[in-house]
Design a protein around this ligand. Structure first.
Ligand code: SF4
Length: 108
């Protein structure tokens, strides 16, 4: 993904049609009142306190640290429109589910 181009296009679209995401920041659609959460997102770094997603880093309504990373204060209740499930969590969950299903088959 060419994030620079995507961000420029998104800014242009928002300027043309207005905000896209309700109750969220205009650019990244970041909000802090979920049942949704950042916690399993692959962009979450630094022990769950920062986000390295390009649109989040370009969003002027989001707070950033001195490295430009978006500051995440409540990963269990925050999220944005660019959430990407962490592949390792998915693989781990699938492995756990498969083991549990096999155990149940062996018990019956
Ligand atoms: S859900 Fe959005 S804000 Fe949260 S870590 Fe992922 S990309 Fe960043």
């Amino acid at each position: 993904m060419d994030w620079k181009k995507a961000i420029a296009g998104l800014k242009s679209l928002i300027a043309d049609v207005g905000p896209l995401w309700p109750k969220s920041t205009k650019l990244a659609g970041f909000a802090s009142n979920g049942p949704y959460h950042c916690a399993n997102c692959e962009y979450l770094v630094k022990d769950g306190t920062r986000c390295k997603q390009e649109v989040m880093m370009a969003d002027s309504e989001v707070e950033h640290d001195k490295e430009g990373l978006a500051i995440i204060t409540d990963p269990e209740h925050q999220c944005c429109e660019f959430v990407e499930p962490n592949k390792l969590v998915q693989i781990g969950s699938e492995y756990k589910r498969a083991r549990s299903a096999r155990r149940k088959r062996q018990e019956s």
